[in-house]
Design a protein around this ligand. Structure first.
Ligand SMILES: NC(=O)c1ccc[n+]([C@@H]2O[C@H](COP(=O)([O-])OP(=O)(O)OC[C@H]3O[C@@H](n4cnc5c(N)ncnc54)[C@H](OP(=O)(O)O)[C@@H]3O)[C@@H](O)[C@H]2O)c1
Length: 289
């Protein structure tokens, strides 16, 4: 696989995360190509990773064994037009765009194209991503997609494309839920009189430790929570306040709202409801998961 010719269309944050993962894993940079509309971005990626670059999407598509579509959902139709008819017969086309379904991609690229959809997340940037894949092609195409995503974290498969809505609401948007909790904990630590810097260190190291325990202890989240909650102690007082404040309901409502939004984004572009851009909150970057 390390000699697979892999092209990216769109050289933004997610493409860079995946590129970096592949190079770290030993993939030959000369086998990687990025197409983007921004010359300065292409120069940056060429400098940083030694990859080939082009402003011509069709060139990137023609060269590739695997072609990753890594543009914003609202940019996808322009990209599909630019590469339709230019994709080789055996090429694996992998889309990471939130809410763009296989049907939509087939309408743009034709029925014969071998397609995989992926929902990655931003921890791919540090090699700790979670990517969930849905394959609408043969085994070899699945294996290629898994190879690419494995280099920046964990991978899992779903066999029903609709499951990607729930996946988007959990692992796609999930890092933001943890970031919000960290933000609130840091602000409260500071309000309780701790210096800002110390508040940050306490929260980030606690997040890292809790995350590692979830991964490494072999215990469930519920077991770990019970283990650190002594009866009548400080943790119990905190958890009781969270339950009284309806935190479980708020979390359930948040995740359900994200899944619902993902379904709405999957509607044909012309039928999408108009959404107001929020001044604050996780939905600011339209098109991000
Ligand atoms: N970030 C996340 O957490 C996350 C998680 C899961 C999935 N995703 C998905 O990943 C995809 C990429 O997200 P991102 O955050 O990496 O986006 P991004 O940083 O905006 O990267 C997209 C890049 O593609 C370029 N581009 C725009 N139109 C193009 C065209 N016609 N041909 C070639 N390049 C073009 C953009 O240039 P301009 O800036 O000039 O437009 C930009 O450099 C999205 O579809 C998103 O849904 C993201």
């Amino acid at each position: 696989m390390q000699n697979l010719k892999i092209s990216f269309i769109g050289g933004g944050n997610m493409a860079e995360a995946l590129l970096a993962g592949l190079v770290r894993a030993g993939h030959a940079p000369g086998q990687l190509m990025v197409a983007d509309v921004r010359v300065e971005r292409l120069d940056e990626l060429k400098q940083a990773y030694g990859v080939c670059v082009t402003q011509n999407n069709a060139e990137a598509a023609m060269e590739a064994d695997a072609l990753l579509l890594a543009v914003k959902p609202q940019q996808m139709d322009v990209v599909l037009k630019s590469i339709a008819g230019k994709i080789g017969k055996g090429t694996t086309v992998i889309s990471i765009a939130a809410g763009i379904g296989i049907k939509h991609l087939r309408e743009g690229l034709g029925d014969e194209v071998c397609l995989v959809r992926v929902m990655p997340n931003t921890p791919c940037l540090v090699g700790a991503g979670m990517s969930v894949l849905f394959c609408d092609a043969g085994k070899d195409h699945c294996a290629r997609a898994e190879y690419i995503l494995d280099s920046s974290g964990k991978t899992a498969w779903v066999d029903d494309e609709d499951m990607l809505h729930a996946v988007t609401a959990i692992s796609g948007s999930g890092p933001a839920y943890f970031f919000l909790l960290a933000e609130l904990m840091q602000a409260t630590a500071h309000a309780l009189g701790l210096p800002k810097e110390l508040s940050g260190v306490l929260v980030t190291q606690t997040a890292l430790g809790a995350g590692r325990m979830l991964v490494e202890s072999g215990k469930t989240a519920e077991e770990l929570r019970q283990q650190v909650t002594s009866s009548g102690g400080t943790t119990q007082a905190a958890l009781e306040a969270m339950f009284e404040g309806n935190m479980p309901d708020a979390v359930r409502a948040a995740i359900t709202a994200a899944a619902k939004r993902s379904k709405a984004m999957a509607l044909p572009l012309t039928h999408k409801p108009c959404h107001r851009t929020l001044a604050h909150g996780p939905d600011q970057g339209a098109g991000h998961s």
